[in-house]
Design a protein around this ligand. Sequence first.
Ligand SMILES: [Fe+2]
Ligand SMILES: [Fe+2]
Length: 185
Amino acid sequence: MADITQLILDDHETFRREFAALDGTDEPEQLHEIWEHLGALLETHAAAEEAIFYPQLLRRGDDPEAETLDAIGDHNEIRDGVREAGRYPVGSPPWWDAVRKTRGANSEHMAEEEDDALPDFRRNTPLSVRVDLGHQFLKFKTDHPDARGLDTRDKDPHGYVGAVQARISPGGESGSLGIGSLKGR
Ligand SMILES: [Fe+2]
Ligand SMILES: [Fe+2]
């Protein structure tokens, strides 16, 4: 069953496992292989949440605005960390610094999603909708293997929330971001 909140938790578990795997080796080739997958998944996961999860949280949650503003700011920090790591040779001291920074930002962010945003969404969204969204989340990930074709630039949190709210307000355009297809359920 592809409940989107479960799929998000599954990715979080992969993040924890792969950051831990980096601790287990100083072999550059292995580090490179793990980081290539982990860095791309961090980017794809954030983009998929922004395309599919947070627009729906903003429609349905109890305190969605604060949670979303926080999340987009955190995603920017995570993206900054991945980008910074990309500037240095894998395994070098500045690369490790960037990876540690990314890991810290991501750990803090996952805790917030797991303690606030995901419970809020589960409480306010029927399982059938969570499963539909789960399918969209999976499709987004298969459409962007290795983060290909993604816009990984930072997003202005207020600009993001404002754009989604304009689309979901009565009379607003609701065709993109996967919102329109779920209207009225
Ligand atoms: Fe997440
Ligand atoms: Fe997130």
